[in-house]
Design a protein around this ligand. Structure first.
Ligand SMILES: [Zn+2]
Ligand SMILES: [Zn+2]
Length: 307
């Protein structure tokens, strides 16, 4: 190694060492700064939390003070009232409430209470019931006046007019849904399933959903779905495609493949079955899918051997 090379090497090494030292120093300074910043942040946060907590405690204390003051006031105001007077006061309030409810009828469509003898709801236009809410809570069997909005008489268990009316109202609504079926999905037979609270919704173009409700009767719901599959088949629907299953039934109507999907019937719950109707929806492999013949073995081995 010549002198020039040695000098060059020493200088280079010196420079590298210096650079390394600077780098280490910088890192140490940076770490120190980071620690300091973190320390400050923690102490700031602690200050904030402490301040917030004390504010909250003050608010809480105020609220408790106010509540205690109210309780004391109420105690003062009612300390001379006898149990008999209490009884009297409550029954008076009750009779006032009952009086106020006389002549009040409630719209079954939108729950609006209406006083007076209007025939139609001023809020939504639905026909109002002929009976008032009080009349609907009066038992026809044992004459007990039940609380407004009671379904069954607490005196004898009979179904009250309120419940009768509610059911009749729902039936009317359900009939309307079924009437609209022909306009929406005439390709499919109507499913008058036996449940209640029908809905027939258009989800998107050529996609519909029909749902019903079977209160506490999942077996009834299951049977209704089974029955509808049979009705579909009686009406020319059949399994099709590569994976035939009764849960998906198809029919060609005017050259368009109509699909009734009962596979996801109970996704919404065991007592609320629903069927999807999909127009223009061919199954995988096509409506007239034919399973291909298994490939024949090439040649006849037995024949070949004994020719
Ligand atoms: Zn209304
Ligand atoms: Zn009764």
């Amino acid at each position: 190694m010549g002198l020039f090379d040695k000098v060059l090497k020493d200088v280079t090494k010196g420079l590298q060492d210096a650079a390394k030292a600077v780098e280490e120093e910088t890192k140490a300074v940076a770490d120190g700064l980071k620690d300091k910043a973190a320390e400050e942040a923690v102490s700031d946060a602690a200050d904030t939390v402490g301040k917030g907590a004390s504010d909250v405690m003050d608010d809480l204390k105020d609220a408790v003070d106010n509540m205690n003051a109210s309780i004391k006031e109420a105690d003062e105001a009612t300390k001379d009232i006898t149990p008999e007077q209490w009884e009297q006061a409550t029954s008076y309030l009750e009779s006032m409430a009952k009086d106020a409810l006389k002549g009040v009828r409630v719209c079954f469509e939108c729950d609006e209470p209406v006083k007076g003898d209007q025939k139609f709801c001023p809020k939504c236009g639905a026909e109002l019931p002929a009976e008032t809410v009080m009349e609907m809570a009066l038992c026809k069997k044992c004459s007990k006046q039940n609380d407004v909005g009671t379904d069954f008489c607490t005196g004898c268990g009979a179904k009250l007019p309120y419940k009768e009316y509610k059911e009749a109202f729902q039936r009317k609504k359900d009939d309307k849904v079924l009437e609209g079926w022909k306009d929406k999905i005439p390709q499919y037979p109507v499913w008058s399933c036996g449940g209640t609270d029908f809905e027939l919704t258009k989800l998107e173009e050529n996609r519909y959903f029909f749902g019903a409700w079977f209160e506490k009767d999942p077996e009834g719901a299951e049977a209704a779905v089974e029955k509808y599959r049979a009705v579909l088949k009686e009406n020319g629907f059949r399994t099709a495609g590569e994976y035939p299953s009764d849960e998906h039934l198809y029919k060609m109507v005017d050259g368009i493949c109509c699909h009734a999907d009962t596979e996801h019937c109970f996704d919404g719950g065991a007592d609320s079955p629903g069927v999807y109707f999909m127009i223009d929806d061919e199954p995988r492999g096509g409506f007239n899918y034919v399973k291909p013949e298994p490939k024949k073995k090439s040649g006849d081995l037995f024949g070949k051997l004994f020719k």
